[in-house]
Ligand binder design. Structure first.
Ligand code: GLU
Length: 446
């Protein structure tokens, strides 16, 4: 029998000051505990101890010069977590609040998320404590170049394929790719999220948000509801929230809120396409604020220092950052009639919030299932690069839809209880654990 408390005691002792990593591993193990006990081969062969430990964690110095010619130093990270299913794969986050523990948590989640896509990808994550806010274009370029001067030794099309994440979009991928190409002399698929004209895939920017809504629609259908006319509260206003807003609106739902760190914007009658297009413009200002939305559109209200979770909604989709939705927020959502919470970001709900939602019979989908559309489309970009070919928008969208539906089916297959109710956390964790663990068993103790 697995002793989770003892395992976690050891993990905490060996990884001090890494609460996000500890939280992610504990949540995961607790949800698959029964499955592990019913299948003792995993524990007997040491799979549990091996699967929660990253293969390796790289930390490196990045020195670069700002526009005044002053030397700046940041920390770079790349956590290569597990490559049982394919080359390491996962995004790069540039954000001042990152550290090794955050990247270990993200890398751990990525392993199982990538497994759910059914594409041949292992899991990794990386980035830097570089803060892109307020930096000039030249500064971002110099930083990306300096970052790649270290990272290039660690990556490769068959080894590790990074992509964008928070603070890293097409522009940054461009500068990173340019430097990789210069050093290696190779124009290869070593990064995903590339520009459409130089190796990128159609739909990559839309994919996480579109995939989220495809998953949400499947989830509602499986629970005798539909997306049309539902009021959706989103948090964030970046890539994920934008794609989700666009697809949800297109499918007849009403997006009633988006947010930034300084507050949220309320759309009583739902967003229209003009507002969604304006989200893109806002994002490109790099200022991290949503307030201008209310200057641009007369009936739109900005509510300073308030969260999206205070509005009446049927579905809440946190798309900003880890632990942004706590137990208090969950209680407000439930009191306001919310029926479904879908994680758009990685681990945006605290464990207490998830418990509260479950106790109140709220449908809940974890990020590793619901937001896998982004990395799935990265996987499709890798396929296209290997084929030296580019699929059409429609082709990629069709494949994305099929993948999200398959992830939903996997959750249903592994998470349905005797009463026919689907536990999406359990379903996603067991399905992905089985894939990774079985591959590790097949490949021996390495
Ligand atoms: N950062 C995204 C995620 O969390 C995408 C990673 C990728 O495309 O490799 O899944």
């Amino acid at each position: 029998m697995i002793d989770i408390d003892q395992l976690m005691f050891k993990l905490e002792k060996n990884n001090p000051g890494q609460p996000e990593y500890i939280q992610a591993v504990r949540e995961f193990l607790e949800s698959i505990e029964d499955f592990i006990n019913d299948n003792p081969q995993y524990e007997d062969s040491g799979i549990i101890d091996r699967i929660i430990e990253p293969d390796r964690s790289h930390i490196f110095k990045i020195a670069w010069s700002d526009d005044e010619g002053k030397v700046q130093v940041n920390k770079g990270f790349r956590v290569q977590f597990n490559n049982a299913l394919g080359p390491y794969k996962g995004g790069l986050r540039f954000h001042p609040n990152v550290n090794l523990g955050v990247f270990k948590f993200l890398g751990f989640e990525q392993v199982f998320k990538n497994a759910l896509t059914s594409l041949p990808m292992g899991g990794a994550k990386g980035g830097s404590d570089f803060d892109p806010k307020g930096k000039s274009n030249d500064e971002v370029m110099r930083f990306c170049q300096a970052y790649m001067l270290e990272l290039w030794k660690l990556i490769g099309t068959e080894l590790d394929v990074p992509a964008g994440e928070m603070g890293v979009g097409t522009r940054e991928i461009g500068y990173l790719f340019g430097m990789y190409k210069k050093i290696s002399g190779q124009h290869s698929g070593v990064l995903t999220g590339k520009g459409i004209d130089w190796g990128g895939s159609q739909m990559r920017n839309h994919a996480t948000g579109y995939g989220l809504i495809y998953f949400t629609a499947e989830m509602l259908k499986a629970n005798n509801m539909e997306l049309k006319d539902k009021r959706i509260a989103l948090s964030g206003f970046g890539n994920v929230a934008w794609g989700a807003a666009q697809k949800a609106t297109e499918m007849g739902a009403k997006v009633v809120s988006i947010s930034g760190p300084d507050g949220h914007v309320y759309f009583e009658n739902g967003m229209d396409m003009e507002m969604i297009d304006y989200m893109l413009e806002l994002r490109s200002t790099n200022e991290d604020i949503v307030r201008p939305m209310s200057y641009e559109f007369p009936n739109v209200q900005f509510r300073q220092n308030k969260k999206s979770w205070e509005v009446r909604c049927d579905i809440a989709i946190p798309c900003a950052i880890q632990d942004e939705l706590n137990e208090h927020d969950a209680a407000i959502l439930v009191a306001n009639g919310c029926k479904c919470v879908v994680e758009g970001a990685n681990m945006p709900c605290t464990p207490e919030a998830i418990d509260y939602l479950k106790e109140n019979a709220i449908l809940f989908a974890p990020g590793k299932a619901a937001n896998a559309g982004g990395v799935a489309t990265s996987g499709l970009e890798m396929s296209q690069n290997a084929l030296r070919y580019q699929w059409s928008n429609e082709e990629v969208d069709k494949q994305l839809f099929t993948i999200m539906k398959r992830i939903h089916d996997l959750c249903r297959e592994h998470g349905t209880d005797e009463d026919g109710k689907i536990d999406y956390v359990k379903g996603a964790n067991i399905a992905s654990f089985k894939k990774v663990a079985n591959a590790m068993l097949d490949q021996g103790m390495i």
